[in-house]
Design a protein around this ligand. Structure first.
Ligand SMILES: [Mg+2]
Length: 271
């Protein structure tokens, strides 16, 4: 039987202890390959590097770093590093949660999304914490979720976004399947003045509230439960498609302004 191959990436970079903790735990399930950014790429989202050369550096057997984003890493891993397609991609363990809207910015989640786009079951794993992070706890639960995914697969175009509470493993109350919440920051932009008297800005925002309570991912963590949120690649808002069909006709009509453009004016514009 072919050995299970697992690709691990992250957005905190190759030196982050989170990626090595999860890689060690996943070793019980199959052959683990690490392909990760050479430095921290947190909040880089789904960025792809198009304007500079990418290089792959081998650090150890089945451990590689790339001077790119998590999405770059997944693509290079599949085409240039791994000897064949992996059965699973795990992105993480991230230093800090990826809850609610975080998934729109997160390089960790994007690493998993890219795997899903390429047709490989993928999960993103993030560890709640502050100064220190219990990656041992995150790794245990990441391996449990990974084993389930390897056993059952995932529905098409679906990733699992896993967040682990910052408590010892004996204090975890269980695992809850959740919805994404909506994070509200207070004072998200901090204005300061530099030594030359010019204003500068820092995207910050520490205090927050949440707009969804029932079955929300953040609520699971508050209850000391591991949160598992299925996320679908198709972000089309299917429920309002019909409503917007009414816009098709007016938007399709040639505009009044376009009709009044004289041929010679058009020729001048093209010159
Ligand atoms: Mg990160």
């Amino acid at each position: 039987m072919a050995r299970v191959r697992i690709l691990v990436t992250n957005d905190d970079g190759i030196t982050s202890p989170g990626i090595h903790a999860v890689a060690a735990a996943l070793g019980a399930l199959g052959e683990v390959w690490i392909v990760a950014p050479d430095r921290e790429r947190t909040a880089v989202g789904h960025a792809v590097t198009l304007h500079k050369p990418l290089r792959i550096t081998k650090m150890a057997p089945r451990v590689f770093m790339v001077n790119g984003t998590p999405v770059d890493c997944v693509n290079l891993a599949l085409v240039k590093v791994l000897p064949g397609r992996p059965s699973l991609i795990v992105s993480g363990i991230n230093r800090g949660v990826n809850l609610g809207d975080d998934v729109m910015y997160s390089g960790t989640v994007s690493g998993a999304l890219e795997g899903t786009i390429l047709g490989i079951p993928s999960i993103a794993v993030s560890q709640e914490g502050d100064e220190t992070f219990r990656f041992d706890v995150g790794a245990q639960y990441a391996a449990r979720v990974a084993a389930e995914v390897l056993r059952h697969g995932l529905p098409p175009e679906t990733i699992l976004n896993v967040n682990i509470p910052n408590v010892p493993v004996r204090s975890i109350k269980g695992v809850k399947v959740t919805c994404l919440s909506r994070r509200r920051f207070n004072n998200p932009i901090v204005e300061k003045v530099d030594p030359r008297g010019r204003k500068y800005y820092w995207i910050a925002g520490t205090r927050q509230s949440w707009s969804r309570e029932n079955d929300a991912d953040h609520e699971a963590l508050e209850r000391r439960m591991v949160s598992v949120t299925p996320i679908h690649l198709d972000t089309t808002h299917h429920e309002v498609l019909e409503q917007f069909k009414a816009w098709e006709q007016p938007l399709s009509r040639p505009s009044a302004r376009a009709k009044t453009v004289k041929p010679h004016a058009r020729r001048r514009a093209q010159a």
